[in-house]
Design a protein around this ligand. Structure first.
Ligand code: NAP
Ligand code: ZN
Length: 347
């Protein structure tokens, strides 16, 4: 066992605090990673505050992990000490069901094992990346290509793959009009990725405050959703809308912006139920879909795509002592565009 420094949530209403946790011994198929950076995803806040159901405490959040391999198990062939690697939201799955066998481990029929807040197959609670080291089975580790700095790579492990997967699934590319709702951690990467795929990209943000950034990141158009005229002007425009908003939205208003047969895919995961008028779908053959992160193979594909297109996350690197402040700023949509913890400050 290795005792490592970490930052944990101890109760839904308490701030996160420094702690130490145990990491398991490196097994034959394990990789010990010295974590260099870990992104702060809005999902960390949902979990830490038990917004998606009662969390078991203490929990160390963090599923946007970038670091360096410092030890490998006897059977590991894919990685060696010194490799630049990442770990996202998944650290295990059954590996036998159809989704697992087809590389969609996030949809494991026997239940995936999340990087934190899950009970792993060995019965031990998983703890995430707000810590200095983690031990992960090599099947759930990916290579971070040279050319992407580790700090800018960390958010790709969740925010990147979560937006890449639905953009690919629904055919974002040349000739397609894609809207991204919410210019936060997920949204800003959705803009970069959809632009790199060749789509015509529109940002739908609450205000025009971040318009210069949105256009610089690759958007062709930018509208404020606080302006009702935007919904009239854009009616029937988009082939695909990727909704990254962490709060409840008026789905009917956004469905009205889709073309015939267009799709609104939700990756934003508000705690409250969303409702819609079924006529918003049936009158134009529209679809409302959901998407959960992405599989391991596709995560590697996304990282390689990012390296090829020079895509990293826009980040603000913070020391561990600023995690609670960062949570408040994320909740206030005051993030440009991902907080990343420098884990050397945990010691
Ligand atoms: P984030 O950085 O906070 O971004 C969310 C953005 O949504 C904000 O920047 C803001 O953009 C907009 N927004 C926030 N509150 C709003 C409101 N009340 N009305 C309208 N717009 C609002 O969060 P994130 O890390 O990108 O995560 C976004 C959501 O995705 C979270 O619910 C998270 O749990 C979820 N998520 C899902 C998956 C998955 O696999 N499906 C994976 C990761 C995260 P503007 O300021 O531009 O309006
Ligand atoms: Zn996440």
């Amino acid at each position: 066992m290795l005792t490592v420094h970490a930052y944990a949530a101890t109760a839904a209403s308490e701030p996160l605090a420094p702690t130490t946790i145990e990491r398991r011994d490196v097994g034959p198929h394990d990789v010990l990673i010295e974590i260099k950076y870990c992104g702060i995803c809005h999902s960390d806040i949902h979990h830490a505050r038990s917004e998606w159901g009662e969390q078991t405490y203490p929990v160390v959040p963090g599923h946007e992990i970038a670091g360096i391999v410092s030890e490998v198990g006897s059977e590991v062939t894919k990685y060696t000490v010194g490799d630049r690697v990442g770990v996202g939201c998944l650290v295990n799955s059954c590996r036998e069901c159809e989704p697992c066998l087809s590389g969609r481990e996030q949809y494991c029929l026997k239940g995936n094992t999340l990087t934190y807040g899950s009970i792993d197959r060995d019965g031990i609670s998983t703890q995430g990346g707000y810590s200095t080291h983690v031990v992960v089975n090599d099947d759930f580790v990916v290579n971070i290509p040279e050319g992407i700095d580790l700090d800018e790579a960390a958010p790709l492990l969740c925010a990147g793959i979560t937006t890449y997967a639905p953009l690919r699934r629904f055919g974002a590319g040349p000739g397609k009009k894609v809207a991204v709702v919410g210019l936060g951690g997920l949204g800003h990467l959705a803009v970069k990725l959809a632009h790199a795929m060749g789509a015509e990209v529109t940002v739908l943000s609450q205000s025009l405050k971040k318009m210069d950034d949105g256009l610089r990141l690759g958007a062709d158009h930018y509208f404020a959703t606080s302006d009702p005229a935007a919904f009239e002007q854009l009616a029937g425009t988009f082939d695909l809308i990727v909704n990254t908003v962490s709060a409840k939205l008026d789905l009917d208003a956004y469905l009205g912006l889709l073309t015939v047969n267009g799709t609104l895919v939700n990756v934003g995961a508000p705690a409250e139920p969303l409702s819609l008028q079924v006529f918003s779908l049936i009158m134009r053959g529209r679809s409302f879909a959901g998407s959960l992160i992405g599989g391991i193979r596709e995560t590697q594909e996304m990282l390689d795509f990012c390296a090829e297109h020079g895509i990293g996350s826009e980040i603000e690197v913070i020391p561990a002592e600023k995690i609670n402040e960062a949570y408040e700023r994320v909740l206030a949509s005051d993030v440009r565009y991902r907080f990343v913890i420098d884990t050397s400050t945990l010691a």
